[in-house]
Design a binder for this molecule. Sequence first.
Ligand SMILES: [Zn+2]
Length: 293
Amino acid sequence: MLKGGHLTLVYALNSSTNPAIRFRIMKTLALSLVISTGIGLAGVAVAAERAAAAFPAGAIVDLTHAYDTDTVYWPTASGFEMTSDFKGMTDGGWYYEANTIVTAEHGGTHLDAPIHFAANRHHADEIPLERLIGPGVLIDVSRQALSDRDYRVSVADFEAWESNHGRLPDGGIVLLRTGFGQFWPDRKRYMGTDDRGPDAVRDLHFPGLHADAARWLVENRRIHAIGLDTPSIDYGQSADFQSHRILFAENIPAFENVAHLDRLPETGFHVIALPMKIRGGSGGPLRIVAIVP
Ligand SMILES: [Zn+2]
């Protein structure tokens, strides 16, 4: 809560190298802070009002699938495991519940951190929050994708969206709706196979982002993050994961297995996507919500 006068003093303090001058500025700054705390309480009320006004108004829509034994994971990963440590009345007479969970980073509604496919890029804990919170846009390709499981979202799809809504916003979080979210958690319908293990990977059929479109996004637009309602930003038949590599080289993270994209308008909403903060993680469980006016 530094006011303008304080900022000027702080600036003067930082730009002065003369110790005597620095001491004088520090004294003035300290005194002015003491005086201003006298009117601090009124300031707090005003600040709270401003914060309430600044927070986007609207309905909060949960875009997250719950974790349970049905949660969809990649065919090579084991599923979500939760075991009970304790459940019931304690000897002390109060109720208590606690569990232990085990999960691969990349299952359910989750984050792909850029390091997942690009060396020296952000790990899960290193992604700036500014990339994970921002204005959202929805590109609805469900008509195309539901008639072709191997559909890849194209540059033309983005251009069509822009011809209706204007240029993709700088700092935007782009969500691709393929319509496949409606099949969750039926693995066969959602990802093309319910087999497990490395051999099942070649039977994956679900839509994703075309590499040309990923390249167009990083070269021509300034989006902060991208997400979709399938298990991977590359389509199921991808063998070289080009869209992952192109986006992640630019530190643009991806959100996968995003839920309920049918509840969003094409523009005008905000997204808050907060993954578990795993130090050195290549991704992790994600709670993602939208605020829809
Ligand atoms: Zn992933």
